[in-house]
Design a protein around this ligand. Structure first.
Ligand SMILES: [Zn+2]
Length: 402
């Protein structure tokens, strides 16, 4: 057993919010839905508007008047399109931040928020322009098969991006330190848990993220691939959950790690990329039949087509994510069984704490779950944790040998 006893709120029977909290949770969900659907609508409308105004052709003519170098032309055509999109979306970004503050999540200053927004937008411009430059080079070189070449190139690019993301991108927004630096006792408990599963994660792969400077949200995640694969815990969740509930949250993240969810997600991503590029190639011929292949004129059209495809794939990608999250919840209970007293009850406590901190909706509509939920609803996760007990039923655990 872990030396991790903790007098938390006790074993809940259901995800429970007070009447007042429920009203808040419903209002929070409505506000986030407004941000999502409103943001999608203006994003697509801005692209349609640019297509109607022949923005791509105008930008191409202007760029060709300045230089004949394709990579420079890319920088003159793509960023303006992306900046128009960013401009129409910024009211929704600001509203999302206001809502996040009103519901006690974000505690950033507006200066910090603007700095993070600018960094994120800079990344979008840089990556978007490079990607467009590559795609349009392929469109010119191979007007019929460009999407196949693009896919073959996208595979190593997606892998490389996943490897460097926690090393280059994440530190732009948050500070990290090895988990052992501030919480050696937690690392010792994690090692005890892993010993049960028969897997080893070097302590150097466990990190604490200094989230509390910007947010009250409780979270943990797994990111990276190969040499950069890691488990990250927000300092907020370490401070608030403690003891067995925290260890079941860690168990969930170890599940993502041990069950190779990032690798599997990458493989699924390759399939999505191939499908999206194939549909985009057909759709581009349909929406811009007269365009010369590889001319910059179609940048807004291509962005619109790819965005609509990804938008329509959202429910499928979220269904896949919910399946992985469910597996990680199972893993969490199995891997902490015998180490943490009453792991199902501890996981239920963790979900209760996380849910009431985030004002998680106790009863989202089936459509909201279908379209937007990357995790099963928290009430379902809590109930499942209380009910999952293969040992009592004499059944075989799914992932961790008894
Ligand atoms: Zn997860």
């Amino acid at each position: 057993m872990c030396g991790c006893a903790w007098a938390g709120p006790g074993r809940p029977q259901n995800y429970h919010l007070t009447a007042e909290e429920t009203v808040k949770a419903k209002a929070f969900a409505r506000a986030r839905n407004t941000v999502y659907w409103g943001g999608e609508a203006v994003f697509l409308a801005a692209l349609v508007g640019m297509i109607k105004l022949r923005t791509g052709a105008r930008l191409r003519q202007a760029a060709e008047g300045v230089t004949h170098r394709r990579w420079l032309q890319a920088w003159m055509v793509v960023p303006p399109v992306l900046l128009v999109v960013a401009a129409v979306e910024i009211p929704f970004d600001i509203y999302a931040e206001i809502v996040s503050r009103r519901f006690g999540q974000s505690i950033e200053t507006w200066g910090e928020w603007a700095g993070d927004w600018a960094k994120a937008e800079g990344l979008v411009l840089a990556i978007g322009t490079l990607a467009a430059w590559g795609l349009y080079a392929l469109l010119r070189a191979s007007p019929k098969r460009w999407w196949v070449w693009a896919w073959l190139i996208a595979i190593p690019v997606e892998v490389a991006a996943t490897v460097v993301e926690p090393v280059i991108i994440e530190p732009l927004f948050y500070d990290y330190q090895p988990l052992g630096t501030g919480h050696p006792e937690l690392v010792a408990d994690i090692e005890r848990i892993l010993h049960r599963a028969g897997i080893a994660i070097p302590p150097g792969r466990l990190y604490e993220m200094k989230a509390s400077e910007k947010t009250n949200s409780l979270n943990a995640y797994v990111s990276g691939f190969g040499p950069s694969k890691r488990v990250v815990l927000y300092d907020t969740i370490i401070a608030k959950e403690k003891g067995p509930p925290l260890l079941t949250t860690v168990g969930h993240e170890l599940g993502h790690y041990a069950l190779h969810h990032i690798r599997n997600g990458l493989l699924a991503g390759f399939a999505v990329t191939l499908f999206a590029l194939w549909v985009a190639a057909m759709a581009l011929r349909f929406v811009a039949p007269e365009a010369q292949p590889g001319a910059w004129d179609t940048v807004p059209e291509l962005l619109l087509v790819l965005s609509v495809i990804l938008f329509l794939l959202t429910p499928a990608m979220n269904a896949y994510s919910r399946m992985q999250e469910q597996e990680a919840d199972v893993y969490s209970i199995e891997v902490t069984h015998g180490v943490v007293p009453d792991p199902g009850g501890a996981a239920a406590q963790a979900f209760q704490i996380e849910g009431e901190t985030a004002f998680a909706d106790p009863s989202p509509s089936p459509f909201e779950v279908f379209w937007l939920y990357s995790h099963p609803p928290i009430a379902d996760r809590l109930r499942f944790s209380l009910d999952y007990d293969p040992w009592r039923a004499g059944a075989r655990p799914r992932f961790v040998a008894p």
